[in-house]
Design a protein around this ligand. Structure first.
Ligand code: SIN
Length: 167
């Protein structure tokens, strides 16, 4: 089984894997539209973390991790707990540098989840990120680590780049 990470799962996988590959999810864009009350914020002051939103023509870069069959159950239990703040598992088809494509599990926080914050201007998002803190650290640190991972991979994500510039 493969797991696709496009946010904190890129820079802090926290589970055992056999192999990792860069991968792209077509038709989806990374957006800081999900509220975080358990990692990068608290219930009284939620932070903003990424989810994926459908967008024709978009292509989201991330990291795909291959999990050994005997560890799948343990890894999914761990990730279901870690991503419990509104994320649900979905199966997606990923593009990689070399064919074949991969089927992977992705954790996605849709608009119906109770922590969803939805669209906002990048100025509004930056204002939240500047002040939010949670058990996993500051919201600013989350954004910086994601931006660093994108830069290291040579990937462009205008939404992330512009947010970092505002911060
Ligand atoms: C992910 O990284 O794939 C999910 C969102 C997050 O935990 O930041």
């Amino acid at each position: 089984m493969w797991i696709f990470g496009y946010g904190s799962l890129i820079f802090r996988p926290s589970f055992p894997f056999e192999e990792r590959r860069e991968a792209w999810l077509k038709g989806w864009a990374r957006r800081f539209w999900q509220g975080s009350t358990d990692h990068r914020g608290v219930p009284e002051a939620p932070g903003r973390v990424v989810t994926l939103v459908p967008e024709p023509g978009a292509r989201c870069w991330g990291m795909a991790y291959r999990i050994a069959p005997e560890r799948v159950e343990e890894v999914l239990i761990h990730l279901d707990f870690r991503e419990q703040g509104g994320y649900e598992r979905h199966f997606v088809q990923l593009e990689t540098r070399e064919p074949p494509s991969l089927e992977a599990v992705v954790y996605l926080a849709g608009p119906a989840n109770p922590h969803y914050l939805g669209p906002a201007t990048l100025e509004e998002i930056a204002a939240v990120v500047r002040s939010a803190h949670g058990p996993s650290g500051s919201n600013r640190d989350y954004v910086r680590k994601l931006a660093d991972a994108l830069a290291q991979a040579g990937e462009q994500d205008a939404h992330v780049t512009e947010l970092v510039r505002l911060l």
